[in-house]
Design a protein around this ligand. Structure first.
Ligand SMILES: *Cc1c(COP(=O)(O)O)cnc(C)c1O
Length: 363
């Protein structure tokens, strides 16, 4: 049987049925029903910050950019080494992405590159905790403060990551999460904005539900980005098993690292993980010596029925929709990582034999 790069963690069929049974009494399937409210409350409790749920991570990103009230045409310093959603959200909000390079050790936005890109039009910084590698928030925050910029983290990869024992989901002025089926914690499709400033809440809720405040009052030009009751129910079930899923993912990651130890052609990425960070095991990226080796390994795995992913290749700044339209920036480190990185299959249920087989093919 073919192995994919990921597989969605699901509760038992019976557990999900029990969770959705009350919906057949209430007939309330969306519009912030009881499952939605229970999931939002559970996440607030878990993360220790404000949480506003959204239909998906991308709409959460767009809503957060809107709620931060960034002026149209403003420049946003961000990374091209990410999923295309990050760049699309900035462009779709009428802002201009300005691409900054990333750090070779972990692929996150390089604080040393930010200041030289700041102009009088810069309004925000949008870094990404790629693969759950936590950005250097202290330095990014101090640069942002010095220049009066907002910081919005794309934390779509980082749910469940802890640094110094604390959740990383609430860094910056806001952070967004994705609960897509390919992420460690899923509501099938879903997402959230995490934040501390209570003032953001109304604007996010307006963006999520047409700006409707009550039956007779519509006070903002909002869209529709509500998470429905079936999605929330899936989230509540998955949340019960989250620690178990994270533990299995961390164990598989540790085993992969053992199997690939002391090899110079292909190394687990990041090369030197931050000891204060407890990973969520969301991805297992490996870095090859060169692009040729990466592409050959990808093809060899494919031939053996094993799906790996060139994640992130190409850089978003090189994608067809942006080529020639946006300044691609000078991002040699991002370009180099993008050419040499490959994400290997990682999800609970992979066996020791699967890992050995994958590593044998690679080596
Ligand atoms: C998954 C992802 C998103 C988008 O989330 P969706 O829930 O799929 O809309 C945004 N940014 C990054 C880095 C992602 O991995």
């Amino acid at each position: 049987m073919r192995l994919e790069v990921t597989r969605t963690s699901m509760p038992s069929f019976e557990e999900f049925c029990d969770e959705i049974r009350p919906l057949w009494d209430s007939h309330i399937l969306t519009n912030m029903g009881s499952e939605h409210e229970a999931l939002e409350a559970a996440l607030r409790e878990r993360l220790g910050c404000e949480v506003t749920l959204f239909a998906n991570g991308h709409l959460a990103l767009e809503a957060a950019l809107e709620a931060l009230e960034l002026p149209a045409g403003g420049e946003v310093i961000t990374t091209p080494f990410t999923f295309v959603s990050t760049t699309h959200a900035i462009v779709r909000r009428g802002l201009r992405p300005v691409f900054c390079d990333v750090r070779s050790q972990d692929g996150t936005l390089d604080p040393a590159g930010i200041e030289s890109l700041i102009t009088e039009r810069t309004v925000a910084i949008v870094p990404v905790h790629v693969y759950g590698n936590v950005c250097d928030d202290e330095r990014i925050r101090s640069i942002a403060n010095r220049h009066g910029l907002k910081v919005l983290y794309d934390a779509a990869h980082a749910f469940g990551v802890r640094r110094g024992g604390l959740p990383v989901e609430a860094l910056g002025d806001a952070s967004i999460l994705s609960f897509h089926a390919t992420k460690v914690f899923s509501t099938v499709e879903g997402g959230a904005v995490c934040y501390r400033a209570a003032g953001l809440r109304q604007r996010l809720e307006d963006s999520r539900n047409f700006g409707i405040r009550d039956k007779e009052h519509c006070e903002a030009v909002g869209g529709n980005a509500k998470l429905n009751e079936f999605q929330a129910a899936m989230g509540l079930c998955n949340l019960r098993h989250l620690e178990e899923v994270l533990a299995q993912r961390r164990a598989l990651t540790a085993r992969y690292r053992e199997l690939l130890a002391d090899n110079l052609e292909v190394q687990p990425f990041p090369l030197e993980p931050d000891a204060s960070v407890q990973s969520n095991g969301a991805y297992f990226p490996v870095l090859f010596r060169g692009q040729e080796q990466r592409d050959a390994a990808y093809a060899a795995l494919e031939a053996a029925g094993i799906g790996a992913r060139k994640y992130f290749w190409p850089l978003t700044s090189d994608m067809g929709c942006y080529r020639g339209k946006l300044d691609p920036g000078h991002t040699p480190v991002a370009r180099d990582l993008s050419a040499r990185i490959l994400c290997l299959p990682l999800y609970p249920g992979l066996t020791e034999a699967d890992l050995r087989n994958i590593c044998r093919i690679l080596l």
